[in-house]
Design a binder for this molecule. Structure first.
Ligand code: COA
Length: 332
């Protein structure tokens, strides 16, 4: 059986910075409320006509491929995790493929929202283990801001969700001290409507009408308290599952990179595992919650900051809409 590793990571975020103070000009909120409840100080929102999910992803992908030390033409498969695709159909995989000049190779889209990047990592790992592919481009990217209700009525979501793209090259390896050790995927559809964006849904008689765009179902809806309570339990379970599967303990970890849902959730997990600050990477303060993009953006920044070294034991964990949750344990 072959083994896979993350060989390179990259990211791109739109240059349009929205601070908490900027939000106070369009809705009834405050920097104090947002920082206290979410930890977010600023986020990036896309510029219409300039940024697309596909072109942000292409920029992140070029960075990841360069850092992996390979040529773009060596990519033999694309996995694209997003819950906010540029088109209803086809998926974003083919759009980024075209931007990168990789026509002909397979492109798969994954719609597992916040867990999407880790679901994609697991799929990539299986394809590489079986020998089917050698260099898979795995992307997590979102434009959430165009579906947010930016009035006071939508403030609890509008202050959290944001835009950005991250990418990783998942590569076959025979390095002894580097590789994905295990991935763990879970979901519970009983909670599908606790965090969801219903419309434009296909099961309506008319998918899109002038009336629908004014309904709450056309915006993301979140039951924040329920999400919070489940997240803190599932994060712990799935991190413990990854450690136990590999005979490791939390003391073996060099770095935990949690999905950047909310700084309070990350801090709760950190405290439960009694991890020191330098072993948990957070950047939600600067970027908000970019759904499928948070983990690759965080990995890319952690790597840039020298917080990840070859061989380090790293745990990635995510929870979100579905509910779905996942983890991965790997040596960098
Ligand atoms: N600014 C100011 N006030 C706000 C606000 C905002 N942006 N959003 C909500 N409020 C108000 C509410 O209207 C409510 O006012 P009321 O008491 O007068 O009714 C009050 O603040 C408390 O609202 P509530 O929703 O109970 O706050 P909360 O403490 O649960 O925090 C979240 C809301 C969304 C921050 C919190 O539930 C949360 O973090 N949940 C997890 C979300 C998450 O991680 N999602 C991503 C999953 S991938």
């Amino acid at each position: 059986m072959k083994k896979s590793r993350i060989a390179g990571v990259g990211h791109y975020v739109p240059d349009n910075i929205i601070t908490n103070d900027d939000l106070t000009k369009i809705m009834d909120t405050s920097d104090e409320w947002i920082v206290e409840r979410t930890g977010i100080k600023q986020r990036r929102w896309f510029t219409p006509g300039k940024d697309t999910v596909a072109n942000m992803s292409a920029k992140a992908s070029k960075m990841a491929v360069e850092r992996a030390g390979i040529d773009m033409k060596e990519i033999d498969f694309i996995i694209f995790a997003t819950s906010t695709p540029d088109y209803f159909a086809p998926g974003n995989g083919v759009l980024v493929q075209r931007e990168l000049g990789l026509q002909g190779i397979g492109a798969l889209d994954i719609r597992n929202a916040c867990s999407g990047f880790l679901y994609g990592l697991s799929v990539a790992d299986q394809f590489i283990k079986t020998g089917m592919y050698k260099n898979i481009l795995l992307i997590g990217a979102e434009i959430q801001s165009s579906a947010l209700d930016k009035s006071t009525a939508g403030r609890s979501n509008a202050v959290i969700f944001a835009d950005g793209a991250g990418a990783a090259v998942i590569q076959v390896t025979d390095l002894e001290n580097s590789g994905i050790l295990s991935t763990h995927l879970h979901a519970d559809g009983d909670y599908a409507e606790e965090l969801y964006l219903k419309d434009p849904g296909s099961s309506r008689e008319v998918r899109l009408s002038p009336e629908i765009i004014n309904e709450p179902s056309f915006r993301m809806q979140m039951n924040g308290n329920v999400v919070f309570k489940h997240a803190i339990v599932r994060f712990q379970e799935v991190i413990n599952e990854a450690l136990a599967t590999n005979g490791k303990t939390k003391d073996d970890l060099d770095l935990l990179v949690p999905h950047q849902a909310n700084l309070r959730i990350s801090q709760y997990i950190q405290q439960k595992f009694q991890l020191p600050d330098e072993k948990v990477f957070n950047n939600i303060m600067h970027y908000g919650n970019t759904t499928a993009a948070t983990i690759p953006i965080a990995l890319s920044e952690a790597w840039e900051q020298g917080k990840i070294q070859e061989g380090d034991l790293i745990c990635l964990a995510a929870f979100g809409s579905g509910f779905s949750w996942a983890s991965a344990l790997l040596n960098w």
